[in-house]
Design a protein around this ligand. Sequence first.
Ligand code: URA
Length: 228
Amino acid sequence: MSRSDELQEFLQETRNYLSLCKEMKWAEYVMVPKTIPVSVNQQTLERLREEVNNCNKCILSETRTNVVFGEGNNSPDVVFIGEAPGRDEDSQGKPFVGRAGQLLTKIIQAMGFNREDVYIANILKCRPPDNRNPLPNEIKLCEPYLIHQLEILRPRVIIALGTFAAQTLLKTEEPIGKLRGKMHFYHQIPLMPTYHPAFLLRSPGKKRDVWQDIKQVMVLLSSSETSD
Ligand code: URA
């Protein structure tokens, strides 16, 4: 496809998407002004981080090396949410620092951001041993931390990375292939599910789908920017 065809396609998608936003009155959600000063965000986030660092509500606290609280901009437009820390993240105490993390960084850069401009977190703050799937009880105990974190961060949009994050946040068992490509809501924040970067490493052909999802997010962001 030529550059000009690509641009035409993008503009058409943008027009469709904006009329969908208008139809669904999404503006009510995306125009919420950020009234809380960044310095207050910083303090409340640090208090929450301290609480999570001392958490021993579930057995993952016995095997973790570090709590992976999340990191990034304290007043971000976009928050990425993955599943749970892996080995690299557990040892460094930072989210998405392994191979999947490197691909996530490329996705963020393709959106025109740096990692420092967005916020990155996971459903679980501690690594499940041997990267096993998180257990329902672990999610139940850990999700309130994420909800509190999002209340402080107040992003314009959330990107849920992979089946697990999308299904947990949206309280559904629908497969990621069905969930992605459409905007959903999590606590009134627009949420776009897309494939996990670790899955993209195994199935690079799916990168195109992720780019389609990301483009929708960018349209949403540019429409809310102009309405501030
Ligand atoms: N996969 C995730 O879901 N989260 C991380 O932080 C790293 C890999």
